[in-house]
Design a protein around this ligand. Structure first.
Ligand code: ADP
Ligand code: ASP
Ligand code: MG
Length: 459
């Protein structure tokens, strides 16, 4: 049976007005049988993680105060959407959830320790609550909405905070628990980002993971399309917060979109495209504040157009780790030993460059770095330096265009370029700069490469 998945991000469900817009958008798509996946309301996941950390540090009062303000926000949104009569029942349900959260925070602060497993318990409240509110709002707005607890559908392993989906079980549950609802003409509403392991313990699949959830659901149910509804018109030529004149890309390839997402284009979670690619399901990025805009279509093969690059991504908060062998050559096994250290500390590497005596690697700035550096220091001399940014220019036509690097670095002739990588995927040119130079570098590159746009590809 043909169906679609519609995923709404945090800003698209941030308050009652936003959720009303969502209801109207979904109503328009009813004949296409939508399954709706929602994020937590804007900023809620951040707040939940802050209160969990506060509780873990024994700051019980701070944690409970944050919890109460969150409760108020959810109550207000629900009562605005449902009206007094409908809100009465629903109030009790939300109340029970917040009692649970309150209890959890007291428990964490009593123990004074926050584990990844408990973190997921707290973090999951965001999507649990938003999905219940959206489902109830749908019913109040004449849509046949039904809440589905995503934790009973999305089965993952037990790597808390970064859990990996178990596709076989998940797909089976999608068939037995979600498909019958669609068959009965209902609109299933589930939270993204959250799941549970085989023992039924709550997990989350990584920050920004609701996009990934949508793709898993879409692939599992054989959706005709997956729609990622957000707060911008689609995938743009660069981050609009850095370059307000960024333009919309009408159509982009899966490979290009994956590369952009991986290197910081927050508009799409990097893993989103994978399940979609495997099933050849088109993904659309659309604006819930401007639903008539066509957005961006992501497909296997996209027209290349006349422009060299499709878009520029930026990833900030990067640290460069330099590992220099004491003397002599990079001995056999040296690289392996280095990567094993990164693996032991569960620190992912983005860009690598090597010379005869040293290796430079970039990682997301995080607390594991000092311990990692101490570990690496057993092998070699180690230095690390934060406040860097990765800039990634993406375009399929890079494969066979000569002189591309000269154009880019000619434009940045007065800038300090810390690392360069090209060719790993044939469709990106990536380099590392000082973080405080991001706005100037991006704006300059954008002016050079995106002033004159091919109307076949760009809006
Ligand atoms: P959601 O809450 O809907 O998941 P996100 O905040 O995760 O939304 O992603 C949308 C944001 O991504 C936009 O508001 C924009 O600031 C940012 N962004 C970064 N790079 C790009 C890009 N190339 N195109 C569009 N948006 C981008
Ligand atoms: N709410 C989660 C987060 O903020 C997941 C998501 O929104 O995609 O990371
Ligand atoms: Mg997102």
């Amino acid at each position: 049976m043909p169906m679609i998945v519609m995923k709404f991000g945090g800003t698209s469900v941030e308050d009652a007005r936003a959720i009303e817009r969502v209801a109207a958008i979904v109503k328009d798509r009813l004949p296409q049988k939508p399954v709706v996946v929602v994020s937590a309301m804007a900023k809620v996941t951040d707040t939940l993680l802050t209160m969990a950390r506060a509780a873990g540090a024994g700051e019980r009062k701070t944690a409970l105060k944050l919890c109460r303000s969150l409760q108020e926000r959810h109550y207000n949104t629900a009562s605005e959407l449902l009206g007094t009569a409908l809100f009465t029942d629903f109030h009790a349900e939300l109340g029970a959830d917040f009692e649970g959260l309150d209890e959890l925070l007291r428990g964490i602060s009593a123990v004074g320790e926050l584990t990844p497993r408990t973190t997921d318990h707290v973090a999951a409240f965001g999507e649990m609550l938003s999905s219940k509110i959206v489902a109830a709002a749908f019913s109040a707005h004449g849509l046949n909405g039904v809440h589905v607890d995503a934790r009973e559908v999305l089965v993952t392993d037990s790597s808390y905070m970064e859990a990996a989906p178990q596709y076989e079980e998940t797909n089976e549950r999608l068939q037995t628990r979600v498909k019958p609802l669609l068959d009965a003409g209902q609109v299933p509403v589930m939270g993204g980002f959250i799941g549970s392991n085989r023992a039924g313990i709550t997990t989350t699949i990584g920050r920004g993971g609701s996009d990934f959830s949508a793709a898993i659901v879409g692939a599992g149910l054989g959706a005709e399309r997956i729609e990622i509804w957000t707060d911008v018109d689609g995938i743009l030529t660069t981050d609009p917060r850095i370059c307000p004149d960024a333009r919309r890309i009408k159509v982009i390839s899966f490979d290009e979109a994956a590369e952009l997402a991986y290197f910081g284009a927050k508009v799409l979670h990097p893993a989103t495209v994978l399940p979609a690619i495997q099933k050849n399901i088109p993904v659309y990025v659309l604006n819930s504040r401007n639903p008539s805009c066509e957005g961006t279509k992501i497909i296997t093969r996209a027209p290349q157009g006349k422009n060299i690059f499709k878009a520029i991504a930026v990833k900030k908060r990067i640290t460069i780790v330099d590992v220099a062998a004491p003397r002599m050559l990079l001995a056999h096994g040296f690289l392996r030993a280095i990567f094993e250290a990164f693996d032991r500390h569960k620190v992912a590497v983005d860009v690598v460059s090597t010379s005869e005596v040293s290796v430079s690697l970039t990682v997301d700035s995080n607390q594991a770095i000092p311990a990692l550096a101490a570990d690496l220091a057993k092998l070699a001399d180690v230095k690390y330096e934060g406040r860097k940014a990765i800039v990634c220019l993406v375009g399929e036509s890079l494969r066979d265009k000569p002189g591309v690097a000269a154009l880019v670095f000619g434009e940045l002739a007065d800038k300090k370029i810390r690392m360069i990588s090209q060719g790993a995927s044939e469709i990106n040119l990536t380099f590392v700069i000082e973080e405080d130079e991001v706005p100037e570098v991006i704006q300059r590159l954008h002016r050079t490469f995106f002033a004159d746009l091919d109307p076949e590809v760009y809006a």
